[in-house]
Write a protein that binds this ligand. Structure first.
Ligand code: CTP
Length: 473
């Protein structure tokens, strides 16, 4: 195969010229080549040089007029940005690994040595930049065929490749999920055998791969493989606990692991937001902890939304996920995920709707996206019925919001203003008054408006024995 038409960009022709001048050879290698053939746009270009990557980077940058080159002498690599592309240069290397480390012992090597040390046949493809063979694909392991057949396979014995760098087990599943490829059986079995080796990988790297799986089109594909290989058991026991069905008196409950994956796939059809997808993963996470059997009603999971919300920060911390507003968002959605469905009942009051709008605030649309994804059943009739009910809830929320404007509700009178009006120092009564105003609005006793709130506040204050020292001007 020759791909010269696809590498007509100045960056490749310049590397080719410099390689000829210096009497060396250079190749584009790895993910860029894979993605080029799969027609997936990629801006990261890895170049392997038979010789010094640092020198090659310097000469090429000079020729292109690029001023800023980053040299990583310890790693023997150098990189710069040109025309929105990030190009990294490295000398061809041969690697050998020690059992307890991902850090290899590195020596200079040939292109073949360099291809041997790579994770998958589809990632070991190289394109020659030498003048005489410009654009020729160098494919020692039939990577092109694997790309066509959609197969993930290691160039060497999979036990060696995975044991050398156990992160590759997760990468295999990540690529399978992202590209819709099948991990060949031998490789899959090797991952099962080596799953425990994940312990030498840092949590940050594990979570990076996990997030890429979550962001793939059908994340359940990756999660099922994580489960079947037992890699998931190594870092996410709470999800494993969701797996399985218990039966008492002939009554079983849903398998919450597969239900969660269905919800995750559903939500992924409607959003690419990582944190909303995380909310789907976490929404039933406390079901195993709250599961009870009752002879009359069968299985219950009372309070799983609250316990699940409380588990969120602990799990995020362990997985080295952010603990900022993103975590708070997931926590909030887990806490509220049953609330819209509770509004399905036709006799529901505006008060309940206002309360939900108030608590969800700007996240109400995301909450509704989660709840919609949560409608899963094998019975298509039931799904249709739930969906119709759910649309009613949506309409109800919209009409109350239009009328009362609760979504970004700020109590119309602030605590500071209350203190000012009644000449009070900060104290419990200020809080009580403020809360009474909020409650009266949510209960629909008064409108969400300053004058109504002001009159109501004066009445309340009088009842509480608070004297107005200063009237509003
Ligand atoms: N590589 C490897 N083993 C790893 C990581 C990377 O052999 N654990 C090799 C592969 O040949 C890979 C190349 O290094 O193609 C570049 O790695 P990276 O940029 O992490 O991945 P890409 O394959 O480019 O894919 P993506 O950009 O989607 O992460």
């Amino acid at each position: 195969m020759n791909l010269k038409e696809h590498i007509a960009h100045q960056i490749f022709t310049t590397i080719s010229e410099v390689a000829a001048e210096k009497g060396t050879s250079a190749f584009v290698i790895g993910g860029f080549v894979r993605d080029l053939i799969l027609d997936r746009p990629s801006k990261d270009i890895d170049v392997v040089v038979l010789g010094s990557g640092l020198e090659m980077a310097e000469h090429v940058a000079n020729k292109l007029g690029v001023k800023k080159v980053a040299y990583y002498k310890n790693f023997g690599t150098a990189a710069f940005i040109f025309d929105d592309l990030e190009i990294e240069f490295v000398g061809a290397r041969k690697e050998s690994y020690e059992r307890n480390s991902r850090k290899p012992i590195v020596e200079n090597g040939s292109l073949a040595d360099d291809q041997n040390r790579r994770d998958f046949t589809i990632n070991a493809l190289a394109i020659s930049l030498s003048k005489s063979s410009f654009g020729e694909v160098v494919d020692p392991f039939n990577g092109l065929e694997d790309l066509k057949k959609k197969i993930i396979r290691t160039p060497l014995d999979p036990d060696t490749t995975y044991s050398d760098d156990p992160l590759r087990m997760l990468r295999a599943i990540r690529f399978s999920s992202q590209l819709g490829f099948k991990i060949e059986n031998e490789s899959f079995d090797a991952i099962k055998r080596n799953a425990k080796r994940l312990e030498i990988i840092s949590q940050e790297r594990i979570t990076d791969e996990l997030n890429k799986i979550i962001l793939s089109n059908t994340p359940s594909r990756g999660f099922k493989q994580l489960f079947d290989t037992q890699l998931l058991h190594e870092f996410f026991p709470e999800m494993i606990a969701l797996h399985g069905v218990e039966v008492i008196d002939n009554k079983g409950h849903k398998d919450n692991f597969y239900h969660t994956l269905e919800v995750l796939d559903n939500i992924s059809e409607n959003t690419d937001d990582l944190w909303l997808r995380w909310a789907a993963i976490m929404h039933d996470i406390a079901k195993p902890n709250t599961k009870r059997f009752n002879k009359k009603v069968g299985w219950t999971f009372h309070g799983h939304e609250e316990i699940g919300a409380r588990m969120t920060s602990k799990i995020f911390k362990r997985l080295k996920l952010p603990l900022d507003a993103k975590m708070k968002f997931v926590e909030k959605l887990v806490r509220l995920h049953l609330r819209p469905i509770a509004l399905v009942n036709g006799s529901v009051t505006d008060t309940a709707v206002r309360r939900l709008l108030f608590e969800a605030g700007d996240d109400i649309d995301d909450l509704m996206t989660l709840c919609n994804a949560d409608i899963t059943s094998k019975n298509e009739m039931k799904v249709q019925k739930y969906r119709r009910n759910f649309e009613n809830v949506r309409r109800k929320l919209n009409s109350v919001e239009e009328k009362d404007n609760i979504r970004n509700f700020q109590p119309p009178i602030s605590g500071k203003e209350i203190m000012d009006i009644f000449q009070m120092e900060p104290c419990k009564q200020v809080g009580i008054l403020k809360n009474e105003i909020k409650e009266a609005i949510l209960e629909g006793k008064i409108r969400n408006d300053y004058n109504d709130a002001y009159t109501f506040m004066l009445e309340q204050a009088e009842q509480m024995g608070i004297v107005t020292k200063k009237r509003q001007q």
